[in-house]
Design a protein around this ligand. Sequence first.
Ligand SMILES: Cc1cc2nc3c(=O)[nH]c(=O)nc-3n(C[C@H](O)[C@H](O)[C@H](O)COP(=O)(O)O)c2cc1C
Length: 400
Amino acid sequence: MESLVNKNIILGVTGGIAAYKSAEIVRHLKKSGSSVRVVMTASAEEFITPLTMQALSGNRVSTELLDVEAEAAMGHIELAKWADGILIAPATANTLARLSSGRGDDLLSTITLAFDGPIALAPAMNQAMWRDSRTQENLDSLIGNGFTICGPDSGEQACGDVGLGRMLEPIDILDSFSSLFDQGVLVGKDVLITAGPTQEPIDPVRFITNRSSGKMGYRLAESAIQAGAKVTLISGPVNLDPPSNCHLVSVNTAKEMYEAVMHHIKDKDVYIGTAAVSDYSPIKSHDSKIKKDGSKSAMVLELKENRDILKSVSELKERPYVVGFAAETDNLIDNAKKKLNHKNLDLIVANDVSDKNIGFDSDDNEVTLITQKEQKLLEKQTKKKISNKIIEFISRRIND
Ligand SMILES: Cc1cc2nc3c(=O)[nH]c(=O)nc-3n(C[C@H](O)[C@H](O)[C@H](O)COP(=O)(O)O)c2cc1C
């Protein structure tokens, strides 16, 4: 079930006897590395408490379509956007009918209308209800609309009947649900990424920094997560939301970033250094604001060189696959190759920051990937697409 790593899954629970088994489904989903949000119908709450599902999923359970506490009171849209997949287990005959007719009269049915990814249903009902021609017609229509049906199983039922209609065992439901997702190219890999600038304090209100929005590092983190990796993102101060399912470590100074990297680097398979780390920081950081008293027309700031994080990582005895970035204004390829050799990197991603249409604050980028043996140009495209291609490139090198 590795394809469920880092996936955002909505588990819909409807009002059937098998609802007690949905608690076990949450546990399996969590164990597979997914984030789970549970949505329950009103009837489902008669069979299992939202509190149980909240405790197991670690997230608030949603039950109401009209929820004023949800952001902009649009919980159904937020949840549909958040999810990578929806599993409804158990799915009652009533819910099958509702979904097949495209109704949106409660939270769960509305989410399924607003969602365009994979949806799986695990029907559970009395054998006569299952055999009923209207239930079978609803199923045909759901299958025709792209829903995946898991089960049901046959055997003894809660009501004493014997036949087809029991919900499949949770582990079997998870098996077929997970097959709806691609297995990521970085499943099972641990990736450490640095992003953003650092800030080196001169006094409490001033600092030395580098220009960096952090966008490239955050996009790479997102791509690596989607590829199934476990990602730790060490970030300087930026105005970006971290991707879900990543371990974010926030730092300010180059020293803090160095220490955080050295603390988290153990057992990592890949290190990607996109952060624009200050090469120098003030020898003395003043405790109170330096005042302008008019007596000096110049001020001398003494700086010391900071430790080179990228080089320190590549010098480790048990080093990961090390990727650096070269932001250059002149002689892009030559300078990038020098950095590749000097810092003993596996891969360097070179980009020309003199071009205002790419790099830094822009959403687009154009980069050249350089290793000891190869040189590959990724022409101008969104940072998201570039980062997907970089992750794909890295995965091929480390999986060979
Ligand atoms: C004790 C009891 C058990 C039920 N079990 C099932 C069941 O296993 N499957 C089913 O389709 N309906 C079952 N029902 C009927 C549903 O609860 C009913 O159709 C309800 O409206 C379903 O609402 P929902 O689909 O919005 O959750 C049961 C009803 C009761 C009272």
